[in-house]
Design a protein around this ligand. Sequence first.
Ligand code: NDP
Ligand code: GDR
Length: 373
Amino acid sequence: MSLCRPGRSNNPDFVSKMSNGDKKNVALITGITGQDGSYLAEFLLNKGYEVHGVIRRASSFNTGRIDHLHSNPHAHCGVKFFLHYGDMTDSSCLVKIINRIKPTEVYNLAAQSHVKVSFDLSEYTAEVDAVGTLRMLDAIRTCGLEKFTKFYQASTSELYGKVAEVPQTEKTPFYPRSPYAAAKLYAYWIVINYREAYGMFACNGILFNHESPRRGENFVTRKITREVAKIHLGILECLELGNLDSKRDWGHAKDYVEAMWLMLQQEKADDFVIASGETHSVREFVEAAFKHVGKEIVWEGKGLNEVGKEKDTGIVRVKVNSKYFRPTEVDLLLGDASKAKAAFNWSPKVKFNELITDMMEADIALMRKNPLA
Ligand code: NDP
Ligand code: GDR
């Protein structure tokens, strides 16, 4: 039977060739244990989706961000939540998972997502972030689902790298500056190629940095909010950072996962920038985090000798350490999300200062409960 699913493409080329159960929305999320995967799973469960996630085998528990969903599968109106062991480096497991669940939507969020780490793990980053995306697209084709399953790819503002224009739009040329960005560039183009070659409904979300209390602890925003919370509680004296001058367009992850879903509800597959439209330096982020706990930071020195001192006491609260520098840096990111605004009325709800408040309050509460966290 051939049928158009409600809320899905009106493109006659994109019709369901088979039924996976009656008019069910079934999502598969790779990277479900990560920041975005956890928020997206919540979002889709609340929309009534059946949600499946791919998790990796690890020597310790890695499901902390989704345990609240997994341990209580009936919390969301009886809709189901399933996890499958898998890995983006293993084609056969991806084929088996896709074949078993026949997802209506795949959100490909799995990645070695740390830019600095990608300089050390360059080949592995390419395997997961570039070839892994190809494996997932091919798994969908192998299962004969290329006209049935919609595909979202987690593309990134890191593609712009050494930026050619400010602000960056869908038309700004790319210039990747890390093995991570180069791998994501391959993924970006293979998604477009499969869209054009096989008529797949495949989209790139070019998302600028987005953060939250669930952000990984070794990304700069979370590192700052965790350590400023510790300083506030007297557990730590000073935090060490790398480049204070790089500027990022930071939004809240909760807003950004909604944009991922919206992209897949459009009539036509396309690529969209998702950004806040504001840029701030790492230094400004530090100042705002300290301001949240009533401390004013003044800067002294230059380059590697620069320090941030607490204005009232003169205590050094921030030091620069070259070990956090990258061989090549991305200096300035500022996105223009007008296309997404025009197509599906997306705009961010959470502003820069609200993001910092959310993260600071969560980390202060966390450190109060467990000072060793
Ligand atoms: P995280 O680092 O928090 O999550 C990455 C996820 O990928 C984790 O679930 C991780 O599993 C999983 N993963 C890593 N390697 C593999 C593998 N070999 N096989 C299967 N799963 C794997 O990233 P975010 O949630 O922040 O980002 C989600 C996606 O969006 C990523 O692709 C990232 O590159 C991209 N992106 C992120 C932006 C941001 O600002 N957050 C901006 C633009 C793009 P585990 O938990 O086991 O490590
Ligand atoms: P980014 O995020 O590289 O933009 O990639 P990250 O938070 O790691 O770095 C942002 C900027 O802060 C500077 N920086 C530091 N970074 C880290 N991690 N630790 C430090 O101590 C530190 N000091 C200064 C960095 O040099 C950089 O300029 C994130 C990831 O989520 C990617 O997966 C995603 O694609 C992009 O955002 C958009």
